[in-house]
Every structure is written in C-alpha cells, then in structure tokens.
Design a protein around this ligand. Structure first.
Ligand code: CP
Length: 303
C-alpha cells in the first residue's frame, strides 16, 4: 500500500491489516505505551474545506506518533492562487514525508499521488471518504467482534460516504444495502464493483425495506448548503429518508447506528435516535484517530 486515495484501491487483507494495527495503537494509547513510529517525520495537511474531526485527529495522531503535522490552508498556499497541483506535489515531496488532503475533486488527490513521491492520504473528496469508512469498520468490529456476513445499510445521498461504505463493506465481507432517492445514486464505477458481489449488494429507494434486519445502519448529512435552491430541492427529494427510532425498529433489535458527523438533527437523523446511539457515534468519531494513526504508520514508517 503506497497511498490511501480511495477504498477501491484497497484489498481485504490491507483493510484487515489497518484495522488490526488501529486496535493495537488504541490499546497502547489507553495503556500509556508509547508508539513513536514517526519520530522525525512530517505530514502536510491541506484543507480546501472546513473540518473538525479530520483536522484534529490527524494533527493529534501525528503528535502521538512522534511526528510533526503541518496545517496548510489551501487559501494560504499558492495552490489556492492557481499553482498547479503537479508542481505543488513535486515541491512538497522535497520537504515532507506524507500529505493528507481534503478537497473537492478526486482527480486532485490522484494527481498529487502521480506527480509527488511521498504517500498521499485522502481526507475527503466529493467521491470518497476512506478514513471515515475505515473508522466505521473498526467501530463495528470492535462492538460486534466480526464484520463478515453482517448486514450494513446506508441511508442517504449516494455520494462520498455511500461510495466508500459500499466498497469497504463488501471488501470486509459484509452484505451491503444502499438506500438513496432517485437521482442520488452512487458512482457508476462503485456500482460496477458492487454488482460483482451479486446478492451481497442491493441498491434500493425505500428506507423501510433497506434497514430490514440490518446489523448496522449508517447515515450522513445530505443538506450541506442550507439556504440555497439546491438545499430546498434536497429537502423535498430526501423526504422520508430521515433515520428515526421508528425506522430503526425494522433493523435487528440490537442494531448499531453510525453517523460520520456533523449531524443535522431533524434532517437525515432524528434528535431522539441520535441520542439513543450516541455512544456508538462518538466511538466512531474517536476511532478516526486510531485508524488514521495506523494508516500513517503503515504508509510513512512501513509498519
Ligand atoms: N466526518 C468528518 O470527516 O468530520 P469533519 O468534516 O469534521 O472532518
């Protein structure tokens, strides 16, 4: 594994390796066992969008691994004033040991990897969110003991979260159902990948049918630009897609509910069901730290 650009690049073995190391690093952190695998190494963190979890967990994770994180706002870099990503990649490769980037276009992340000579980590693009999905898988395995054969149902927009969960869940041996309104389907190459798994994958438009007997239900915000005409359209298109206690009654009695956060209560999730599952949701947020430390240790120190 040279980079973490998208879930489609990973194998089942690589996912398990990341999760096993994440569990070990979490244990070591909780027991005060130092793990300074990245002493003397620097990570550039380029942000073109706002972030709470990704920024703080990567920055803290690098510190705990003995390395040095640099927060790089795209507004302050020359990349924000038109310097090509190809040049930025080649320059930053001369200073840093790795780059984590949060941006819009997946191509920008792929270009960084192509033109640079250091590991690149995708911290969210419009296409995918691999760090989040690895944390989700870690949380499910931690709470349920295993992933293979469990039923995962995503309810929401078929964009970055759905694209990554479908691939990550199937690679981990789970049965995956994705429930999206018409017009919000996952990416074509993700669906092509998923259809190779036959009956282990279903794409539906009815949340009630989708969550039936699920072990884990996952949702994410779909109204990310409130006050815009796009937002008005989404509020109409996603009517009936809110995850509520009532909807969860169709899942297994002990089903988990995950949300990558930030949550929009009253839109994709009800306030009541969020609080019922808050322990799982905040474990999931915490596991961003541990799983990303595993990714960093593997990519930057060959662990
Ligand atoms: N889930 C997630 O990526 O959170 P942030 O946007 O706060 O980084």
């Amino acid at each position: 594994m040279k980079h973490l650009l998208k879930m489609l690049d990973l194998s089942t073995e690589e996912i398990i390796e990341i999760l096993d190391l994440a569990d070990q690093l979490k244990y070591e952190l909780k027991h005060g066992i130092p793990h300074l695998h990245l002493k003397g190494k620097s990570l550039g963190m380029i942000f073109q969008k706002a972030s709470t979890r990704t920024r703080v967990s990567f920055e803290t994770g690098m510190y705990q691994l003995g390395g040095h994180p640099l927060f790089l706002s795209a507004d302050d870099l020359q990349i924000g004033r038109g310097e090509p990503v190809q040049d930025t990649a080649r320059v930053l490769s001369r200073y840093l040991d790795g780059i984590m980037i949060r941006t819009f276009e997946q191509k920008e992340v792929e270009d960084l990897a192509e033109y640079g000579s250091i590991p690149i980590i995708n911290g969210l693009t419009d296409f995918c969110h691999p760090c989040q999905i690895l944390a989700d898988l870690m949380t499910i395995r931690e709470r349920r003991g295993s992933l293979a054969g469990r039923k995962l149902c995503f309810v929401g927009d078929g964009s970055s979260m759905a694209n990554s969960l479908i691939v990550g869940g199937l690679l981990a041996g789970m049965c995956v159902t994705c429930v999206c309104p018409e017009g919000y389907r996952p990416a074509a190459d993700v669906l092509m990948f998923a259809h190779r798994y036959g009956e282990k994958f279903h794409l539906l438009t009815d949340p009630v049918e989708g969550v039936k007997d699920a072990d884990v239900v996952v949702t994410a915000a779909w109204n990310t630009a409130p006050g815009t005409p796009e937002s008005e359209r989404r509020l109409r298109d996603f009517a009936g897609f809110q995850v509520t206690s009532r909807l969860m009654e169709g899942a297994k009695p002990d089903a988990m509910l995950l949300h990558c956060l930030p949550a929009h209560r009253g839109e994709e999730i009800s306030a009541a069901v969020f609080e019922e599952h808050a322990d799982e949701i905040f474990d999931e947020a915490e596991n961003r730290l541990h799983v990303q430390k595993a990714v960093l240790a593997i990519l930057l120190a060959g662990k």
